[in-house]
Design a protein around this ligand. Structure first.
Ligand code: FMN
Length: 263
């Protein structure tokens, strides 16, 4: 006897917006309009998430350093535990997703969720306009929709995802978190003081709402301020970092394709 899913909720962290777009594609494939919890910004995280019994949950996060960003993980861990079907999704910048999907899978299992599908999708890299350029693109969105449709169909058979296929990509213990790195975020004269950077910061790192004053202890280097500035006025002012990113981009020009896992 399969599961009848009446309702769907999506919960995701998405500083530069690519994870949000992948979630939207998956929801379209599921033919469901989820209750949408974008928990990127502090007020949304403060409000929390109400999970109904038996509804399908889409849980999604970008990959940071081959792991889930600590902030997203901490928030997901606070969700109500209990038996419910979950689709686990990570989005990475065309380099590698490392241990992140396995980590998300483990988190779900630890909370008593039943993982009915998992996927690693590609989004333009937060630090680059070359790696994963313009992704998710229409082909990725179509892949996300087909994945959503496949999840809907497999749910009718009541299976949950074993960990085996996921283990092919991730390892336990997971790799270490990126050591806290603090780069100089600079603001050019193009800044029009529109405060887009301040509004989109997931951790409220701009002191006194001033786009030029970043609290580097709070900053998680997600690059939302850089990517979402309409004037292109924010940049990371660090030559070594720029060189490293250029080398990383040169080594990751090949197009990676989404990996999806179904029971
Ligand atoms: C701190 C940090 C670390 C990252 N580490 C990786 C990584 O290990 N592998 C990768 O392919 N992309 C990595 N990325 C790129 C993001 O995973 C990618 O751009 C993703 O699409 C961002 O999602 P968002 O738009 O929802 O924020 C990293 C980005 C940041 C900000």
């Amino acid at each position: 006897m399969g599961r009848q899913v009446i309702q769907c909720t999506s919960v995701y962290f998405s500083p530069t917006g690519t994870t949000r777009r992948v979630v939207k594609g998956i929801s379209q494939g599921l033919s469901m309009r989820p209750r949408d919890y974008d928990v990127t910004l502090p007020p949304a995280r403060d409000r929390g998430v109400n999970l109904e019994r038996d509804e399908l949950l889409i849980l999604a996060s970008p990959v940071h350093g081959g792991r889930l960003p600590q902030l997203a993980k901490d928030f997901f861990l606070r969700l109500a535990s209990g038996k419910r079907p979950v689709v686990a999704v990570v989005v990475y910048g065309n380099r590698e997703y490392g241990d992140a999907l396995l980590e998300l899978y483990d988190l779900c299992v630890g909370k008593g969720f039943e993982v009915v599908g998992a996927g690693a999708f590609i989004g333009e890299h937060s630090y680059s306009h070359v790696m994963g350029k313009n992704r998710p693109d229409p082909a990725d969105e179509e892949r996300a929709r087909r994945f959503g449709l496949a999840v809907r169909q497999t749910m009718l058979t009541d299976n949950t995802l074993g960990e085996k296929p996921l283990l092919a990509k991730g390892r336990r213990p997971y790799r270490a978190y990126l050591t806290k790195f603090s780069l100089a975020l600079a603001t050019s004269r193009r800044c029009a003081n529109c405060l887009s950077c301040v509004r989109h910061c997931p951790v409220g790192a701009f002191e006194g709402g001033d786009p030029r004053k970043v609290n580097r202890d709070k900053c998680i280097m997600c690059a939302a301020c850089v990517k979402l500035c309409p004037e292109g006025a924010k940049f990371i002012d660090d030559d070594d970092f720029t060189d490293d990113m250029a080398a990383l981009a040169a080594a990751n020009l090949d197009r990676k394709e989404p990996s999806v896992f179904l029971p």
